[in-house]
Design a protein around this ligand. Structure first.
Ligand SMILES: Nc1ncnc2c1ncn2[C@@H]1O[C@H](COP(=O)(O)OP(=O)(O)OP(=O)(O)O)[C@@H](O)[C@H]1O
Length: 512
């Protein structure tokens, strides 16, 4: 009772309230806990000082120990090693749950394996004609785990490693705000860098072996290249092109990529670059051949379009100078950018300014000389293959396609009879193979007239007979076959009607 009477009352102003708070604390320490406030204050100050000194000492010791006991490596986010390591750590350590704090991602871009795995989990209760609900399948998709910004410690081959995801600020030209760039730091307990080097080599080999049958596609996004796709490499045999043309192209690229060729170019003072022009109507296989070539030679594709909204000469030069030394740069629809010379009569209405080198800057500010500079200027990377595609080769300036910039011109045309038969057979190859293995094969194949090679040929030839040569693209023919991908006989029966309809559509488009 006495103590409650002694308790300070609510203060009338802030100073009074502080004072009453202080009085209350003193009263609690002294009367309730029986402690001397002066001693408590001294001890608190002492502990705070110890903790500050402790923090400094630990930081110093950590720094010192790091210097003498840790070896470390830093990797920038846009370096291929970053991808190699992240895949390796995800597959080898995350799956074994040795990391306890991770970032979980839903799968946005399913690979073929993801989809097959998801379908396998619902396949048993799935009726043949049932409609697929993608939502149901999505629910079965694996969740991906990735390390996040914190540091993680893991043990590998008798070594202790620590890696940390972080960001560093990069000063930007013409901007006071620095750009944040991701980086990875890998540390290893021990004074030798050898375990980290071995680890990175292992990650690199692992990644390259895992992705041996895939082609990565990058696209310029401003000043940098970003990965947009990683897909199974296209088999070159699925691309229909005159045999001699295909073989010449393969031999030419093979010769160019041979490690000894680089020295030869250097000895002769020739810039080590090779360019190809693929021309032809839409849907005739230019992009398909490019993808297949990248697969054959195990290189990645770097796609550029002069029509991208962010594209200007500076960006183009920078992108061309930052591709890896072995890759395929695909410059799509080069005719669409309107790169013309002053003396071209068609140019007058498009032109906006003289570029000072006999060319003009089209509306989006990329001149012919800018493109030539990017392709083979001093800063342009060596060792790459350049493939330019166009629907209208006749519109291209001679400077753009002169030897040295374009070393081989591959012309694609609308398909003749042979190509159509090849397309038909290629589309039904899997069906024939699966039927050959199945129990009901004989009956079904007899029905489809696919019992032997002859029967297959007969279907393909009948199919091609129904389509006039040089009129319809392979893309359109492929689209039609896809409607009957389980039934070649029906494709043959329906082809004539489809051709009539397609030719009528093409005529009306031409008339417009
Ligand atoms: N010669 C071909 N061999 C195999 N497939 C082809 C061929 N031509 C077209 N196709 C098929 O048609 C589709 C479109 O082909 P692709 O994109 O390669 O044509 P493109 O010539 O690059 O067309 P565009 O000029 O419109 O870019 C692809 O799915 C491809 O499989």
């Amino acid at each position: 009772m006495t103590s409650s009477l002694n308790a300070p009352h609510l203060a009338q102003n802030p100073f009074q309230s502080l004072r009453s708070g202080y009085n209350l604390t003193v009263y609690m320490l002294k009367d309730i806990l029986g402690l001397d406030p002066a001693i408590v204050i001294n001890i608190s100050i002492f502990l705070a000082a110890i903790s500050t000194v402790g923090r400094y000492v630990t930081a110093y010791l950590y720094h010192y120990l790091k210097m003498i006991c840790l070896s470390s490596v830093r990797i920038d986010e846009d370096d291929a090693l970053y991808r190699y390591f992240m895949k390796w750590i995800n597959d080898n350590h995350l799956s074994k749950k040795s990391l306890r704090s991770v970032k979980a991602n839903s799968v946005k871009k399913q690979t073929i394996d993801d989809e097959e795995e998801a379908f396998a989990s619902i396949e048993k209760g799935f009726e043949k004609d049932e409609l697929i609900s993608y939502r149901t399948m999505m629910g079965r998709n694996p969740i991906r785990f990735a390390p996040h910004e914190e540091s993680h410690v893991f043990y590998h081959k008798r070594n202790i490693f620590r890696f940390q995801h972080g960001y560093k600020a990069m000063p930007m030209l013409r901007s006071p705000i620095p750009q944040l760039k991701g980086e990875l730091t890998i540390e290893c307990l021990g004074r030798s860098l050898a375990p980290v080097k071995t680890l990175l080599e292992e990650a690199q080999t692992y990644y390259l072996e895992k992705t041996i049958a895939t082609t990565q596609v990058f696209r310029g996004n401003g000043h940098h290249w970003g990965i947009i796709n990683s897909r199974p490499s296209r088999d070159i045999n699925t691309v229909i092109l005159e045999k001699t043309k295909k073989q010449m192209l393969l031999a030419d690229i093979n010769e160019y990529l041979h490690p000894c060729t680089r020295r030869w170019y250097a000895n002769h003072g020739i810039p080590y670059r090779r360019g190809y022009l693929f021309s032809g109507p839409p849907g005739c296989g230019k992009t398909s051949l490019t993808a297949a070539l990248a697969g054959v030679f195990g290189i990645d594709i770097y796609v550029l379009s002069l029509l991208d909204p962010f594209m200007n000469e500076q960006v183009l030069i920078r992108l061309f100078s930052s591709v890896p030394s072995r890759c395929l740069v695909l410059l799509e629809d080069i005719d669409a950018a309107g790169l013309k010379r002053n003396d071209d009569p068609k140019l007058k209405k498009d032109a906006v300014a003289d570029d000072g080198m006999g060319g003009v800057k089209p509306a989006r500010g990329i001149s012919l000389s800018g493109v030539l500079n990017a392709i083979d200027g001093v800063s342009s990377a060596e060792g790459r293959i350049l493939v330019m595609t166009t629907n209208r080769p006749e519109d291209l300036d001679k400077a753009l396609i002169r030897p040295g910039r374009v070393d081989m011109h591959v012309v694609f045309g609308l398909p003749g009879r042979e190509e159509m038969v090849e397309m038909f057979e290629s589309m039904y190859r899997d069906l024939v193979e699966s039927l050959e293995m199945g129990k009901e094969a004989t009956a079904v194949m007899a029905h489809l007239n696919l019992k032997d090679g002859k029967g297959k040929d007969k279907n393909g030839k009948q199919f091609a007979d129904g389509i006039p040569a040089g009129k319809i693209s392979l893309a359109a023919i492929q689209g039609f076959i896809l409607r009957y991908k389980h039934d070649p006989r029906l494709a043959v029966e329906e082809v004539e009607g489809w051709v009539e309809e397609t030719l009528r559509e093409l005529e009306s488009l031409d008339a417009k």
